[in-house]
Design a protein around this ligand. Structure first.
Ligand code: AP5
Ligand code: ZN
Length: 214
């Protein structure tokens, strides 16, 4: 299974990705997670990416494309992958297509999760993430059993640096301007499905499974 998860910040891509990779047994490749890992480890890439991420801007294409495509060459991607947060510009999508064609692969499905702006803001400003395993919670919608502690691994929960109101609004604007055009791009290839991400997370997951097939 070779898929891309598309959708605005806060649509639930990361939340669904965890469930999808478990069911279909493919690696979860999140460019956002890779950048955050680099920031944590203080790498050169992390330093460059952080400037853009903290403002809610996209990291420049040339820092993303090789990073993502070289990840796809690793062994665990042989039988498929779930891309989350890449591609994010038409240029990235074209480069991904070139890469896949050159390696005799193609995308099976692009899953576009749609949620309206007000809800996105509520979700992102209330999001808490586990320091240890990366699981996502929401202070109201999806609270952990014990405040500030991850249900899964007992790790400490924190708020992402780009989840402030101002940055969230900019991220949504950037999405509308730079990433939304991908919906039309993939409509031309006729392999995109749009899912209502405002529904409860189990319902959203069931819809995704329906569109991919068991
Ligand atoms: P990235 O890490 O990809 O973040 P994002 O796209 O902004 O998406 P999020 O992780 O914020 O949201 P999500 O859709 O995963 O939502 P979640 O499941 O957590 O990118 C971060 C930055 O990195 C970018 O801004 C950019 O700078 C850079 N970057 C990354 N990739 C790049 C690329 N390819 N090119 C250039 N730059 C790049 O859910 C959100 C909240 O809602 C959670 O609290 C969750 O519990 C809750 N929730 C989820 N589902 C539901 C539901 N059904 N009902 C109620 N609540 C729900
Ligand atoms: Zn955890």
């Amino acid at each position: 299974l070779r898929t891309v998860l598309l959708g605005p910040p806060g649509a639930g891509k990361g939340t669904q990705a965890v469930r999808i990779v478990e069911k279909y047994n493919v690696p979860h490749i999140s460019t956002g997670d890779i950048f955050r890992e680099n920031i944590k480890n203080g790498t050169e890439l992390g330093k460059k990416a952080q400037e853009y991420m903290n403002k809610g801007e996209l990291v420049p294409d040339d820092l993303v494309i090789d990073l993502a495509t070289s990840r796809l060459l690793e062994d665990d991607c042989k039988n498929g992958f779930l891309l989350d947060g890449f591609p994010r510009t038409v240029y990235q999508a074209e480069k991904l297509d070139e890469f896949l064609t050159a390696h005799g692969m193609k995308l099976d499905k692009v899953i576009d999760i749609e949620v309206e702006k007000e809800e996105l803001i509520t979700r992102l400003t209330g999001r808490r993430v586990c320091k240890k395993c990366g699981a996502s919670y929401h202070v109201v919608n999806i609270p952990p059993k014990k405040e500030g502690i991850c249900d899964i691994c007992g790790g400490e929960l924190f708020q992402r640096a780009d989840d402030t109101v101002e940055t969230v609004e900019n991220r949504i604007e950037v999405y509308n301007e730079q990433t939304m055009p991908l919906v039309d791009y993939y409509k031309r290839a006729d392999n995109i499905v749009t899912i209502d991400g405002a529904l409860p997370l189990e319902t959203v997951f069931a819809e995704i499974v329906k569109s991919i097939g068991e």
